[in-house]
Write a protein that binds this ligand. Structure first.
Ligand code: SAM
Length: 241
């Protein structure tokens, strides 16, 4: 059946126009304290020994009020602004953001508490070693992987988050028919991500190519930044068979 991505795109958040001025209002519509007492590193190397320990699963029933709701996993969630906003708009979903930079995770969970949300949580960890310890087969109903670190140098490509094992893990954990939304402002990175998913027999591309808009209707922080600068964005909406 042809998936109807518009069903999910019922955002009431105004989208910032591409190329608009840097003073454009931020699109998340939530006033949040900045709350980082020190500078956070731009990138961490996920292959370093300290990131090889799988993340401990959260106390699911303490974090999520309605555990039976479908689960959306956001990989490399960054500041958490996207997930906090979509969690407000879609209370019928549960959201988990996994992020390898711990201070961002701690801040995002503080913001979550300030907002009083009971359907979203942020977890510190390396998704490549954690994913299969967090969920059971069929637990996930939607995955987003947005603007992953590009690691431009060829010898650093193995640090990229979308590796064949991650795709195989997601094939197992996603329910049949679930979407995987991929975005990047780096064409080569976007195409490599899509290629890795489509190499796996359980994923297909119902749209047979890139989308010209974000069907979720809520930009991530990196996406908003790219829109402000008028940079191209490469988006793909794949599906688990
Ligand atoms: C360029 S940022 C994009 C953040 C957010 N998705 C956005 O679009 O604004 C990529 C994020 O992925 C995180 N990340 C990179 N590798 C990761 C890994 N193996 N596991 C979890 N997070 C990772 C980085 O720390 C960073 O916050």
């Amino acid at each position: 059946m042809e998936p109807d991505v518009q069903r999910i795109g019922h955002s009431s958040v105004a989208q910032p126009a591409d190329c608009s001025s840097r003073s454009a209002p931020q699109p998340w519509g939530i006033r949040l304290q900045q709350g980082l007492s020190h500078r956070v590193r731009q990138h961490v190397n996920p292959l370093q020994v300290q990131y090889q320990q799988p993340a401990s699963p959260p106390h699911w029933e303490r974090v999520y009020r309605r555990l039976a709701q479908p689960f959306h996993l956001d990989i490399g969630t960054g500041s958490g602004r996207f997930l906090l906003r979509i969690a407000q708009e879609q209370p019928e979903w549960n959201f988990l953001g996994v992020e390898i930079r711990q201070p961002l995770v701690e801040r995002a969970n503080r913001w979550r508490d300030e907002l009083g949300l009971d359907n979203v949580h942020f977890l510190f960890g390396n998704i490549n070693v954690s994913l299969r310890h967090l969920f059971a087969p069929g637990d996930l109903s939607r995955v987003t992987l947005q603007f992953p670190d590009p690691w431009f140098k060829k010898r650093h490509h193995k640090r990229r988050v979308v590796q064949p094992q991650l795709v195989a893990d997601l094939a197992l954990l996603l329910r049949p028919g679930s979407p995987v939304f991929l975005q990047s402002d780096v064409k080569e990175v976007a195409e490599e991500m899509v290629g890795r998913f489509l190499e796996h027999p359980q994923f297909w591309d119902p749209y047979a190519g890139p989308l010209d808009h974000n069907p979720l209707g809520i930009p991530t922080q990196r996406e908003w930044h790219c829109q402000q600068l008028g940079l191209p964005i490469y988006r793909y909406w794949l599906e688990r068979r």
